[in-house]
Design a protein. Structure first.
Length: 252
């Protein structure tokens, strides 16, 4: 009996691999479209096992080209897995993505960089920030609406600049992310010897609500442009630091 089950599973695996090699690339794009609302691609080439899509749009973020290669070993864990690579002048991305029975899109060993402006759209539609976000995420899970449910890894914000009437250089910052179970995602953000001395805690709930608490101070006390920008937060406390207390929800 065990040998029958063994041969049966082997035959099923062979069939699925064979199917993956022959299925058109549009089959995979349909999976992305079902699991990520607002996702679209103008052109698709190749097969479900190995292919590419171009002129991708997802909630206003455009990617010139995204290629993939099927990972058959993912079937052993009940998932469809693919190695991904983005080819875009503004974005670098490499890692693998998988679809499970829970309808989550799960990224693993995701790394790359993208403009901070793209991330700002997810927070409030548009923040007056510019720079580069460099990320190394061993794990990132998204729901069908593209909202992050769990994350682990590091995001570094490099050469940040704020546009508040005039460009203001803010420097570099580091965000360490950890999964927080049913509470979503927690993160610790700190400056990397930037003009602003920043320490804060970020909490992101599964429904997209976020909360940022912490404090910030001028490291360069003679920087008049930064002081003027910080005054938008109100007067500093007796210790010379400005309190941070922001809440909101990610744009959908």
């Amino acid at each position: 009996m065990k040998s029958i089950w063994g041969y049966g599973l082997l035959g099923l695996a062979a069939f699925l691999i064979f199917l993956g090699l022959l299925a058109p690339a549009t089959l995979l794009v349909d999976q992305f479209s079902r699991r990520l609302s607002g996702f679209s691609a103008q052109t698709v080439a190749g097969s479900a096992a190995r292919g590419s899509m171009s002129a991708i749009d997802w909630h206003g973020v455009r990617i010139e080209r995204l290629s993939w290669r099927w990972r058959p070993q993912g079937l052993l864990s009940g998932r469809l897995e693919f190695d991904l690579k983005a080819d875009d002048p503004q974005m670098l991305l490499a890692g693998n993505a998988g679809f499970g029975f829970n309808r989550r899109l799960q990224f693993r060993q995701l790394s790359g960089q993208l403009p901070v402006e793209w991330l700002s759209r997810a927070v409030s539609g548009k923040l007056p920030l510019d720079g580069i976000a460099e990320f190394k995420l061993p794990a990132l899970d998204l729901d069908a609406a593209g909202q992050p449910l769990a994350a682990q890894g590091v995001v570094q914000f490099l050469n940040l600049r704020a546009s508040l009437g005039q460009p203001v250089n803010l420097g570099d910052y580091r965000l360490q992310l950890e999964p927080a179970g049913a509470d979503g995602i927690s993160g610790q953000i700190k400056d990397a010897n930037a003009p602003l001395a920043l320490e804060g805690t970020l909490n992101l709930a599964p429904d997209g609500r976020y909360r940022l608490n912490g404090h910030v101070a001028l490291r360069e006390t003679g920087n008049a442009a930064l002081r003027q920008a910080l005054n938008l937060l109100g007067p500093p406390g007796g210790d010379g630091r400005w309190a941070l207390n922001f809440t909101g929800a990610l744009a959908r």
